[in-house]
Structures are given as C-alpha cells and as structure tokens.
Design a protein around this ligand. Structure first.
Ligand code: AKG
Length: 339
C-alpha cells in the first residue's frame, strides 16, 4: 500500500488547537519515565475507561487523537494474545519499508479471535464512531483489522495519514476512525505509535519535523484513537521485547474497505460470528442500494434463516439516515448559492 507525503517547502501552517478539555481533563498515566522532553509539555487527551463517547469525540476533534486507558480488562487482553500468539509465531517478517522489516503483521483478526470480535463492537468505540463517522454516512463498517507486532530493533515507520489511501485532499471529513489497542504496554522505547498532535488540521502537503511527533504511551488494554487526517506511524522499537498493537479501523460505509473481509470470511465461515459483527465487516448496506445481494440484505447469505425480503434499499432507517447527510462537493465548490 502506498501512502506518502510530497514535500512542499513553506506549506501553510494550520492553527494550533485552542481549547483544552475542561470538564473531562485527562489524568496522566504515570508510566515509564522514557518520555521525551517535548512530550512532557504536551497536554494529553487521555481518559479513564469510564470516559463518555462525547468527551472522546470532542478530544479527537481538538487534538486529532485520544487515548482511553485500560478500556479492555486484563482477562480480555490475555485472551487476545492467546488467540494471536500462534499466528504471530507462524507469520514471516514484513517485506517492505512500510510494513517494517522487523515487524510481524496479521490480518483477518475477526476470524481469529472472539476477544477481538468483542472489542470491535465495544460500546465506547461504537459511541465514538456514531459521533465521528455517522454524521457523514448512513452506516460505518470495519475498514481493516491488523495486528502489528514490532520486534526489537524495528525502526520507525514512515509518518502518514490513513486518508492517503483515498484520492482525496486532506484534511477532509473523517473518512476513517482508527483504534489501536495496546496488547502489551506501549512506551516511547518499544515503538508506541508516533503521532503528531494537531496535524489533523494541517494542509495536505505539510510535513512534520522530528520534534513534532510524540509517542503514544499507554498500559496494556488501553486504546488509542485517531482519524484519517492525523499524521502518525509505528515508533522504533529500541527495547528488548516486542510491542503488540491491534488496529481496528472503521470507515464511512460508502467507501471501499481496505480489507476485503467478506471474502476473508465468506458465508460458509460466518455462522459462528454474531450478526452485529458480520454487519460491521460488510454484511450490510453502506447506504441505500450500496451492497445489496439478489435476495436483499447481504446478511441473508450468512444466515439463510433470515427472511429474504428482496429489498435492495437497506430499509427505512438507512434511507432516512442517508437523507440526513449533507451532500459533499467532490469537485471545485461551485458558486451556486448552496451552503
Ligand atoms: O503500529 C502502529 O503503531 C501504527 C501502524 C500504522 O499506522 C500502519 O501500519 O499503518
């Protein structure tokens, strides 16, 4: 996958965030003392596990990212790791600079882990998706699932914006919302995700300087969230152990998903997966008419017991939500009086 930024000297500088979270001021995690000096000065949009989706969505809008600490309990993290260990053991190291030559990656995580299926529909995450993505689509999907296991000696990944996968000028409306779950502690030393606070408002071509990036540091079970507009990448792993993160990204239902999950989990392999999760991976409409099968709803292929209503619209709720979306200009904005 090719994601990169063209270097344009003197590109516009975006206004820095102006507001701090007053009512939900995040409390710091007193974690490793390896934080760089520039990080110690950053006001951090960090929350405890009882954070409201509203507060997290507000922090995403302001800072471009947010961390909810220990949203997954230790038992869930332990099941996740037990599910993924054999796959990580079996997979080869990456073959490209972007994937990382000292990184092990696995995908199709919904098929591999019941614990992953639970976290994919975690109410806090769904609540944030509702606030960040649903204003722009009738339904959002799971865009891609990826386990990123940085081995000792891995160097930092190229900084990028996930929105670069689409031919769209950035920043744009949020096209994706990434969640990166810490399967073990994320530190500045082991490759905790590097991110550039405030870069979700930067002009398309603006490049960060090295000291503008900070590492996400969070204990296992925590989740980092950011949208398609935020510049980020894996950090360098200078520790003696691995750094394992589970990425579950969501996207607008009218955009093509990065991972072809309904081919990875075809109907004959879908029967043990809850309907809610199947719909999220794409056994659903992405908007009226978007994604129908001959018998109507795509879920009828995974569960033949469902009624075949032959309805290709996705139903009244999808249609109503679709009508509520403000249409986007995809070309130059015409001077036609519409706002
Ligand atoms: O591993 C990480 O922390 C981020 C990975 C990432 O951004 C990517 O692979 O696109």
């Amino acid at each position: 996958m090719g994601r990169w930024f063209a270097r344009v000297p003197g590109a516009a500088v975006a206004a820095p965030p102006t507001r701090h979270l007053a009512s939900k001021r995040p409390r710091r995690w007193n974690g490793p003392q390896t934080r760089q000096r520039s990080q110690q000065r950053m006001p951090r949009p960090e929350f405890d596990r009882d954070a409201s989706p509203e507060a997290v969505a507000e922090a995403l809008d302001e800072h471009g990212y947010a961390i909810v600490r220990e949203l997954a309990d230790a038992e869930t993290v332990s099941r996740l790791n037990a599910d993924f260990d054999p796959h990580v053991d079996a997979v080869q190291l990456g073959r490209t600079d972007f994937a990382g030559h000292r990184t092990k990656r696995i995908n199709n995580l919904i098929a591999k882990s019941a614990a992953c299926r639970e976290l994919a529909v975690h109410p806090t995450i769904m609540g944030v998706c509702d606030r960040v993505l649903l204003p722009h689509c009738a339904r959002y999907h799971l865009h891609v699932t990826l386990l990123v296991d940085l081995q000792p000696g891995e160097t930092a990944q190229e900084l990028h914006r996930d929105g670069g996968i689409y031919p769209v000028r950035l920043p744009s409306i949020p096209m994706t919302l990434a969640t990166m779950w810490a399967c073990n502690d994320f530190t500045a030393g082991n490759g905790g995700t590097r991110l550039v606070p405030g870069s979700h408002r930067w002009a398309h071509d603006r490049q960060p300087t090295a000291d503008e990036a900070v590492n996400a540091e969070m204990p296992a079970g925590s989740v980092l969230l950011y949208t398609s507009n935020l510049i980020h990448g894996s950090g360098a792993n200078r520790s003696n152990g691995n750094r394992r993160g589970m990425g579950l990204h969501y996207n607008l239902g009218w955009l093509r998903q990065e991972e072809n999950q309904y081919l990875s989990i075809p109907p004959d392999k879908a029967k043990d997966i809850p309907h809610e999760v199947l719909k999220l991976i794409g056994y659903d409409f992405g908007g009226p008419y978007l994604g129908f099968v001959e018998t109507g709803h795509p879920l009828t292929l995974a569960d033949p017991a469902l009624p075949r209503d032959m309805d290709r619209t996705g139903g009244a709720a999808i249609t109503a939500r679709s009508r509520a979306i403000k249409p986007l200009y995809l070309g130059d904005t015409p001077d036609d009086g519409l706002d």
